[in-house]
Design a protein around this ligand. Structure first.
Ligand code: EPZ
Length: 430
């Protein structure tokens, strides 16, 4: 069983380069099967969720050529199956994007209900509402979404909940519907905009992505394209918090600073220095950091995917902070793990009241999900002594070479897969 083992206490110092955005890439990969022509996608992160998505794309009959670690060529002219295989796709949340992509292209899709991180109940009713509004008959049959349409026809759709997944999914199907779709109350996350830009580069006619209303004029067909995925806002934010919590000084390169504004604002409030460059941001932690209050919200609010990382940072500030989770109800599972390291956090409903402590002490902890797992790692880097993080498969779903990037900043961390290797690490480090 793989684990991360680390000895904390070193401020992280240096430069780190951020990869492509996982959550944008997942939508883009699904959308890539909507044309019969070649699509080349660059700046893909080499992480588990992306690799599962690529396997699923191959499984339904598309050709996937891995040109290099971060570039693939996809040709979906040979898709035979509008039914996506369970084995691969149940593992990831973004499997739901096959419904929109296949329904748009073939007017038919059969996709198991999605898996993914256990961070809340995560319904997909808004996705299904959107497909139905476009004229599809949609049923859930034996654990799968079965959607068929004779014709998809543009419609005026108001999403009752601001949802990244529903916005992208309905946008994909509508791109190949007849006539115009107006999608209201949509998500504005950078990855929504990136998927819209990708579809437009394939000949779609989508306007307004990044605002509350998206207008999609359906086109008859989509064509091939070459596209580079945007940098990962959450990977960048995680390294920003790693710099803050270890009182380090890190230049985070290959980012879009605008996407990081909510995170930068909060780190400034706690007293860090945050310096923006054209495509980089530098975070300098301070010995004494202040508490603050945070509420997770859809973009441009503070991202739920950064809630655990900022909370562990606040757990080492001087004073009491309140963190309110308003997107997913089950995203405080790391709190019990962090308590083993000496934190003082009480959760009541969707609010965590964090009393800052002077320091953490290393402990053996378990990653409960992707972002919480990353947060425990950065907490371990700020702790005195050794920390072991179990269940790192979650972390590998979304962070490429996490331990190597941290080592590059001076962290004493290693991935081990046996007790013997863990012992060796302790002996080597002393
Ligand atoms: C995406 O999930 C991301 N996943 C999540 O990233 C991220 O946490 C989330 O957006 C919010 O930013 C991918 O992009 C693959 P939502 P998604 O639909 O699309 C409710 C990570 O760590 N809702 O925006 O599933 C829902 O319950 C992950 O990388 C409905 O009620 O999230 C939630 O409260 C984890 N009905 C809220 O909306 C629906 O039909 C937002 O969910 C859909 C959603």
């Amino acid at each position: 069983m793989e684990q991360f083992i680390m000895k904390g206490g070193n401020p992280l110092v240096g430069e780190v380069t951020i990869g492509g955005a996982k959550n944008a890439a997942l939508g883009i990969l699904a959308a890539a099967i909507m044309t019969d022509e070649n699509v080349v996608i660059d700046n893909l992160p080499d992480v588990r969720d992306i690799n599962v998505m690529l396997e699923a794309i191959q499984e339904i009959g598309a050709h996937v050529d891995r040109i290099d670690r971060h570039t693939v060529k996809i040709n979906a002219s040979h898709i035979k199956e509008v039914s996506v295989d369970d084995e691969f796709i149940r593992k990831i949340r973004a499997s739901y994007y096959f419904i929109g992509a296949l329904l748009g292209k073939y007017k038919s899709a059969e996709v198991p209900l999605p898996g993914g991180c256990n961070i809340g109940s995560r319904p997909i009713d808004q996705h299904l509402k959107g497909f139905r509004a476009l004229g599809a008959k949609v049923d859930v049959v034996r654990g799968a979404v079965v959607a068929h349409a004779i014709d998809l026809v543009g419609s005026h759709i108001y999403l009752d909940v601001v949802s990244v997944g529903a916005t992208i999914n309905v946008m994909m199907a509508a791109a190949l519907a007849e006539g115009t779709t107006i999608l209201e109350n949509v998500a504005k996350e950078p990855h929504v905009v990136d998927v819209a830009n990708f579809l437009n580069s394939m000949g779609a006619n989508i306007k307004g992505a990044g605002t509350d209303v998206i207008r999609i004029r359906g086109v008859e067909r989509l064509h091939g394209t070459e596209y580079s995925v945007i940098p990962d806002q959450i990977e960048a934010g995680t390294f920003m918090c790693a710099a803050a919590i270890t009182r380090g000084d890190v230049m985070i390169k290959n980012v879009i600073p605008k996407h990081l504004e909510a995170i930068s604002a909060k780190l400034l409030e706690v007293g860090c220095e945050v310096i923006e460059f054209d495509d980089a941001v530098r975070v300098v932690g301070k010995p004494k950091q202040r508490p603050t209050n945070i509420k997770t919200l859809p973009y441009p609010g503070f991202p739920t995917d950064m809630q655990p990382q900022i909370a562990v940072t606040l757990a080492l500030a001087e004073g009491t902070s309140m963190v309110t989770e308003s997107i997913f109800e089950n995203r405080f599972k790391y709190v019990d793990e962090l308590a083993r390291m000496g934190s003082n956090i009480k959760v009541e409903g969707n609010v965590a009241v964090i009393d800052g402590v002077r320091g953490f002490t290393g402990a053996q902890v378990e990653a409960p999900d992707l972002r919480a797992g990353a947060a425990l790692v950065i907490a371990g880097l700020a702790a005195e002594g050794y920390t072991v993080v179990d269940e790192i498969g979650y972390i590998q779903r979304g962070y490429e070479c996490f331990e190597e990037k941290l080592q590059g900043l001076g962290a004493v961390i290693e991935k081990v897969d046996s007790e013997k290797d863990a012992k060796k690490f302790r002996l080597k480090i002393g």
